[in-house]
Write a protein that binds this ligand. Structure first.
Ligand SMILES: O=C1O[C@H](COP(=O)(O)O)[C@@H](O)[C@H](O)[C@H]1O
Length: 256
C-alpha cells in the first residue's frame, strides 16, 4: 500500500547556499532519471522560483537535450507577456542554457478563447510524453518544482477553490484565480501527488508565516500542505533560514 510521504525540510543559511544545493539536487535527480529511462521529465513553476534555478547555469553534468520541461501552472496570456511563466523561465534560465526549444512544452495560446480547450490540449501534450491516459492513470514526473504563495497556494491551486477536489484531469483551467491574471491552467493534485520528487522552494522572511502554517499545521489543509506524493515519491522543502525562522517542523541535513 502506497502511503503519502512526509516532507523533508532542508534549510540553508542564506539564499546563495539554497540555490547551489537546489542545483546539486536537480542535477542528481536528472542523472538518476536519465540512467533509468534516458530522459528527465520536469515541471516548473513561475513566481519567485525560476530565479532560484540559476545555480544550474553553466554547471557541468547537465544533459539539457534529455530534459522534457512542462509548466506546473501557466497564465493564459501570450508567451511573451510579462505575466507568462514561460517568459519568466526563459529570461531566468532557458535563454542561458543549451536546452532545445522543442523540449520546452508551452501552452497553445491560440486556444485562449476557450480555457477548457487550452487545458485539454496541454493535457494531451502530457499524454503524448507519458503514454496514454488509460495505461498510465497519472503521469509520474521525475521532478516537480513548486513555489508557495502567501495564501498557501501552489501552482494555480488556491485555498478553498473547487479545483482542489479534482480527481480525474491531469491539467485543469481556472478562470477566477484570486491572484491576477485570472485565467490560468494548472497541474492537478493527482499529478503533483504521483511525482517521483516534488521540491518546494521558498526564501526570505516574507515566507515565514506561510511556511509555518503549511508545515506545522498541515491539518488546516492549505494547498501546499496537500502536496504529499505517494511513496516512493517524496516531497522536499528547500528553504533559507529566514523563511524557516518560525518553524517547529524538524529539519534534515541536506545530502545527495
Ligand atoms: O501565481 C503564481 O504564484 C506561485 C507562488 O509564487 P511566489 O512568487 O510567491 O513564489 C507560483 O509558484 C506559481 O507558479 C505562479 O503562477
Amino acid at each position: 500500500m502506497h502511503q503519502p510521504s512526509s516532507p523533508i525540510l532542508c534549510s540553508f543559511p542564506n539564499p546563495d547556499e539554497l540555490v547551489e544545493s537546489l542545483a546539486q539536487f536537480i542535477i542528481q535527480a536528472q542523472k538518476e532519471s536519465i540512467e533509468k529511462k534516458g530522459k528527465f521529465t520536469v515541471a516548473i513553476s513561475g513566481g519567485s522560483l525560476p530565479k532560484q534555478l540559476n545555480g544550474l547555469i553553466g554547471k557541468r553534468g547537465i544533459k539539457w537535450d534529455k530534459w522534457q520541461v512542462f509548466y506546473a501552472d501557466e497564465r493564459i496570456v501570450p508567451l511573451d507577456h510579462e505575466d507568462s511563466n514561460h517568459r519568466l523561465c526563459t529570461e531566468e534560465l532557458f535563454s542561458k542554457v543549451p536546452i532545445p526549444q522543442q523540449n520546452i512544452h508551452t501552452i497553445d495560446y491560440s486556444l485562449a478563447s476557450d480555457p477548457e480547450d487550452l487545458a485539454d490540449a496541454y493535457e494531451k501534450e502530457l499524454i503524448h510524453e507519458f503514454a496514454n491516459k488509460d495505461s498510465a492513470r497519472f503521469p509520474v514526473f521525475d521532478l516537480i518544482l513548486l513555489g508557495v504563495g502567501p495564501d498557501g497556494h501552489t501552482a494555480s491551486l488556491f485555498p478553498g477553490h473547487e479545483l482542489l477536489s479534482e480527481e480525474d484531469r491531469w491539467v485543469a483551467e481556472i478562470v477566477d484565480s484570486p491572484k491576477p491574471p485570472p485565467q490560468r491552467i494548472t497541474l492537478t493534485f493527482p499529478v503533483l501527488n504521483h511525482a517521483s520528487r516534488v521540491a518546494f522552494v521558498a526564501s526570505g522572511a516574507g515566507k515565514a508565516d506561510t511556511l509555518k502554517e503549511v508545515l506545522d499545521t498541515p491539518e488546516v489543509g492549505l494547498p501546499a500542505s496537500r502536496v504529499r506524493p505517494l511513496s516512493p515519491g517524496q516531497v522536499y522543502w528547500f528553504v533559507d533560514d529566514a523563511a524557516a525562522s518560525k518553524l517547529e517542523y524538524p529539519k534534515t541535513p541536506f545530502k545527495l
